[in-house]
Design a binder for this molecule. Structure first.
Ligand code: ATP
Length: 198
């Protein structure tokens, strides 16, 4: 169980988030939508523990994985090593299987610069799921992809979530994407004391 109880998040004197409380059950997928600039990424950063500066409390499992908009790979390391360095306990066979799961069979020796953007995103997904996360956090993982690649990524993510069943919280601007991937949609709306759930 993941428990989010934020009373207030400010940047200097600017209140960005007001009271926001919700739980995510084991294996549940929750989409977070809302207008640009409302505070979705800020909320994800609090939930992920990247930003500890807020009033409130968040209970989350230790084994979590984060997928950002950009693939955030190490460019000077092979695809294989990008997984091996993060997941030191995985065998070569585990890593080969994780690469194969996202359609990157035989590409382990290539460097991120030798992969297409779509393949880099797939590597980033493989890295997230290879650690068998209890909690997966994704910030607009399908943004700025052409429609065909976005569709491939969406199907792949759907499959990986179904197979691994992490609790998942992800931000998206796309209502169809939110409906397709999630069990529940939360909408963040602006409020006088910071954004709240609408
Ligand atoms: N480090 C920071 N310092 C000061 N203000 C910030 C900081 N990060 C975000 N903000 C402000 O907090 C507000 C919410 O930003 P955030 O990036 O969370 O919105 P968002 O809903 O994710 O937007 P988008 O959908 O456009 O990505 C914005 O007004 C932004 O300017």
């Amino acid at each position: 169980m993941i428990r989010i109880d934020i009373r207030k998040k400010r940047f200097e004197h600017h209140a960005v988030l007001g009271p926001i409380a919700f739980d995510i059950a084991v294996g549940e997928t929750v989409a977070l939508t809302g207008p640009s600039g409302v505070g979705k990424t800020t909320l994800l950063r609090l939930v992920a523990g990247i930003d500890p500066d807020f009033e409130g409390q968040i209970v989350r499992p230790d084994r979590l994985a984060i997928v950002f908009q950009e693939p955030t790979l190490l460019p000077w390391r092979s695809a294989f090593d990008n997984l091996a360095l993060i997941h030191g306990d995985l065998s070569q066979a585990d890593i080969d299987a994780a690469l194969s799961d996202v359609g990157l069979d035989g590409k382990g020796d290539l460097f991120p610069g030798q992969l297409s953007l779509g393949q880099q995103r797939r590597l980033s997904l493989a890295r997230a799921f290879a650690g068998q996360p209890e909690f997966l956090i994704m910030d607009e993982p399908f943004v700025s992809l052409d429609s065909e690649t976005a569709e491939t990524m969406l199907t792949l993510t759907e499959d990986l979530i179904t197979r691994h069943r992490p609790a998942t919280l992800f931000v998206t601007h796309s209502k169809p994407e939110a409906r397709r991937l999630s069990d529940r949609i939360l909408n963040l709306v602006p409020g006088p004391g910071g954004a709240v759930l609408g």
